[in-house]
Design a protein around this ligand. Structure first.
Ligand SMILES: CC(C)(COP(=O)(O)OP(=O)(O)OC[C@H]1O[C@@H](n2cnc3c(N)ncnc32)[C@H](O)[C@@H]1O)[C@@H](O)C(=O)NCCC(=O)NCCS
Ligand SMILES: Nc1ncnc2c1ncn2[C@@H]1O[C@H](COP(=O)(O)OP(=O)(O)OP(=O)(O)O)[C@@H](O)[C@H]1O
Length: 198
């Protein structure tokens, strides 16, 4: 099964692009969503989180205390490294499990991950797509979508590789700045993957 990793900085629109691929019948694994699920379901991970970041990591209802964790990790590289070391291997395992559930007639699958290159998970894929958008637009999109400030988004961007660093690492590119139709760009890549023209 052909595996395509898809990534992009925070607010670039990678989830939006994946939704278009889904309308073409392509199965998509969302690493961020998977991380959210396993961080409350995987008992070993929950224990590791509490040991590393304290009991405040979870609410009394057992939900991840996201503002608390973000406040810690996006201001401290050492704590972010600890979080990544706990969560990323569990997400890799979830991806393997998910792969075993994909219908065998799917022509290819997508793995959407904000940290595809940073986490090394691109090595589990055959090809990669980078979704890009200008900084101003990414900030507008994220502050419009989430209860967050520009400073908080910039702090996350600071912990991710820049588009300039990721551009040469990616095999294919999608520009999501409104200048080119997203749907046409997706259709062109879809055809390329179906034809295996790469
Ligand atoms: C730190 C947490 C609690 C913040 O939760 P919150 O609801 O505020 O953000 P959410 O999970 O929706 O992520 C939004 C965006 O933040 C950025 N981001 C998230 N985690 C990271 C990280 N470890 N490093 C850099 N950027 C990150 C990504 O662009 C992501 O798309 C959460 O992101 C988390 O548990 N992160 C660790 C898991 C992870 O690395 N996920 C990303 C890829 S698997
Ligand atoms: N081409 C577009 N036109 C209008 N709005 C867009 C476009 N692309 C994305 N958006 C909007 O911008 C916001 C961010 O997009 P999306 O969630 O797809 O980004 P992302 O890269 O997955 O972000 P994150 O890393 O934060 O998960 C969303 O509210 C989305 O609806």
């Amino acid at each position: 099964m052909l595996k395509i990793g898809i990534t992009g900085g925070i607010g670039s629109g990678k989830t939006t692009v994946c939704r278009v691929f889904e309308t073409l019948g392509i199965p998509v694994f969302y690493a961020d969503t998977s991380a959210k699920e396993i961080m409350v379901k995987d008992e070993i991970l929950v224990k590791g989180m509490k040991e590393t970041f304290g009991a405040e990591s979870y609410t009394e209802a057992g939900e991840l205390n996201r503002p608390y964790i973000s406040g810690l990790v996006f201001n401290d590289q050492r704590q972010l490294d600890q979080l990544n070391a706990l969560v990323h291997p569990a997400v890799f395992r979830a991806f393997d499990n998910w792969l075993s559930t994909v219908p065998s007639n799917a022509p290819y699958i997508l793995k959407e991950a904000a940290l595809l290159f940073e986490s090394g998970s691109y090595r589990m894929c055959d090809r990669s797509i980078l979704v890009t958008a200008p900084l101003k637009l990414k900030l507008e999109r994220v502050t419009g979508r989430d209860h967050t400030t520009e400073a908080q988004v910039l702090a996350r961007m600071d912990k991710q590789l820049s588009d300039e660093q990721k551009m040469p690492m990616a095999d294919d590119h999608i520009t999501n700045d409104g200048s080119e139709s997203l749907i046409l760009q997706v259709l062109a890549l879809h055809q390329k993957y179906l034809d295996k023209k790469f």
